[in-house]
Design a binder for this molecule. Structure first.
Ligand SMILES: [Cu+2]
Length: 257
């Protein structure tokens, strides 16, 4: 979660820099990434309905960028249109009114002709908008409300570089919140897992290893009219699905394989 630099005048103001960083993702290899604030994935923003968020974005990359808040109702000049780019070395202030209902939103690069590659190289993150209606519901909160951003990648085994090709069917490494072999220790209780696809071409189908039920409570547009019990959840590029799983149904000490 990113902390605002100011909360004055009823507005949460943030600053982000888009820059290249080198990180170890696969053991023994260094990978160059295009990031928001040197983080992969980008930092998450928590927003509340009725409280505008202002983000100053500085482009320290060598390519054009444009920041689009996917699923948000915003005025055109703050929408991150593909042709409305931030040139290398320039900055831009985006203002998000957050007047709409709660939803798990995501932001990503949107610059003409380079969006696909920018997103693939790391330019994606979450913007979680909540409101009084959602807060009043008995849903898992705080440490039990977890964003799980999933995407695929192909690494050059010799150099560690992310290999970018259009229509690449060989992106065989799945990354969850940037990690190739994600592991998360849960308590014997209910969690809200906010799945988000940051893959720019792969379709995902998520299910539990034991085939157990998933209770989907939300999609891109916020909470569903009622919980939906299902065996699997499909996500196409950019889609979100919030699921509640009660891990108390598994004996303490259970591990997935
Ligand atoms: Cu989008």
């Amino acid at each position: 979660m990113l902390s605002p630099v100011s909360t004055a005048l009823g507005t949460d103001t943030y600053e982000m820099a888009m820059r290249t960083v080198t990180r170890s993702i696969l053991p023994g290899l260094q990978t160059e990434l295009r990031t928001y604030n040197s983080q992969f994935p980008g930092p998450a923003i928590k927003a509340r309905r009725g409280r505008p968020v202002v983000i100053r974005q500085r482009n320290e990359l060598m390519v054009d960028t444009s920041v689009h808040l996917h699923g948000a109702a915003v005025p055109p000049r703050h929408d991150g249109s593909p042709m409305d780019a931030i040139a290398p070395g320039a900055e831009r202030v985006y203002r998000y009114p957050n007047r709409q209902a709660h939803a798990s939103l995501r932001y990503h690069d949107h610059a003409h002709h380079v969006e696909s590659e920018n997103v693939y190289r790391g330019m994606h993150g979450s913007h979680l908008l909540t409101d009084d209606e959602e807060v009043a519901l008995p849903l898992p909160k705080g440490a039990y409300d977890v964003v799980i951003g999933i995407r695929d990648a192909r690494f050059d085994p010799a150099t560690g570089a992310l290999v970018y090709q259009m229509s690449d069917r060989a992106r065989s490494t799945l990354l969850v919140n940037g990690a190739p072999t994600p592991y998360f220790k849960v308590a014997a209780r209910s969690y809200r897992l906010r799945f988000a696809s940051h893959a720019n071409q792969r379709f995902l189908e998520l299910r539990l290893e034991d085939g157990g039920d998933l209770v989907q409570i939300a999609s891109d547009g916020g909470l569903l009219p009622r919980p939906h019990t299902t065996g699997s959840v499909c996500l196409t590029s950019g889609e979100r699905a919030d699921v509640v799983i009660d891990f108390s149904r598994y004996p303490v000490g259970t591990r997935s394989s």
